[in-house]
Design a binder for this molecule. Structure first.
Ligand code: SF4
Ligand code: SF4
Length: 294
């Protein structure tokens, strides 16, 4: 089983459109949306959810009002201002924790003289085992205030790999997070091939360099493609030159094509929606990537 992760130095470089088209062209791959902070692969692949699982992320403090003596120490100790005195009751004040402000540090529970504070597991969202029209898909939705430190990315990725092994599929295609933070590290560590998608802009040039430099540390085969390359052929050449110098293989260029946006609006992959220039470029790109995966 092989794993291909599509990343980008920043969002909006066509990473998800490319991943969705790869899913359509591969047909029998497991697809994983690891861009959990801005998950949108489901908009193109319309998965049907078969199973949902809760994502637990850290702990939060909860005060047991019946045991609280209203001493107010927790309010003073909480450096995140997450505990507030809300009501002056007839006998005692009521202290409550604002779950969105609580960082789960545990100081209040440690110093509450009445032992009236519990640290309970926090629900950070959900992840799903689904079926889309090209095969199985694993994806997730962060809850309000849910924190993605890479843990949810790892859960989604592990589930996709496990599903691929169980179902005898030979490929996992991952829509990775943008940037170079912990979620990206969680998505590229141990992958076989990392494809960085970029655009011919100065920030795109800088971002792809950073993404490659990060991915290189994990020993994967590195590849680069330039999306909308014809908007600035000179800069495209420069990016490709730098990518080769950084040890990456340049596997394709995708020309600017307004049918890409039309496909997004229609909720389809580019290669399903039309046979225009971008669709043809993505097919060529896929063939080049596939050659290295085999
Ligand atoms: S420290 Fe404990 S007893 Fe004191 S107000 Fe807070 S929860 Fe209540
Ligand atoms: S766990 Fe830490 S952040 Fe949360 S309420 Fe207690 S002291 Fe404040």
């Amino acid at each position: 089983m092989k794993e291909l992760v599509v990343i980008s130095g920043k969002g909006g470089t066509g990473k998800t459109s490319i991943t969705a088209s790869f899913a359509a062209l591969a047909r029998d791959a497991v697809v994983a949306d690891c861009d959990v902070d801005a998950a949108d692969l489901h908009l193109l692949l319309s998965p049907e959810i078969r199973e949902r699982r809760e994502f637990k992320c850290g702990v939060e403090a909860v005060i047991r009002a019946a045991d609280c003596t209203s001493c107010g120490k927790c309010e003073k100790f909480c450096r995140f201002d997450a505990i507030r005195k809300t009501v002056e009751g007839e006998e005692k004040a009521l202290f409550v924790v604002d779950a969105l402000s609580c960082e789960g540090c545990g100081v209040c529970a440690r110093f509450c003289p009445a032992g009236a504070i519990d640290l309970v597991e926090r629900s950070g969202g959900e992840w799903f085992i689904s079926e889309c029209r090209f095969g199985p898909m694993i994806h997730a939705q962060l809850g309000i205030g849910g924190e993605n430190s890479g843990k949810l990315v790892s859960i989604v990725r592990d589930a996709a790999r496990e599903l691929a092994v169980k179902s005898g599929r030979r490929l996992v295609i991952v829509d990775g997070p943008p940037g170079i933070g912990c979620p990206v590290i969680a998505s590229v560590a141990g992958a076989d091939v990392v494809l960085a998608a970029t655009e011919p802009t100065l920030s795109g040039e800088h971002d792809v360099e950073r993404a490659l430099s990060l991915a290189r540390r994990f020993g994967a085969i590195l590849m680069v493609c330039v999306n909308k390359w014809d908007l600035n052929p000179e800069l495209t050449g420069r990016i490709e030159h730098a990518a080769r110098a950084a040890g990456a293989e340049v596997v394709g260029r995708i020309g600017y094509d307004r049918t890409v946006t039309e496909a997004q609006i229609a909720g389809k992959c580019v290669v399903e929606h039309s046979d225009g220039p971008a669709a043809r470029d993505i097919r060529t790109l896929w063939e080049n990537v596939l050659r290295r995966l085999d």
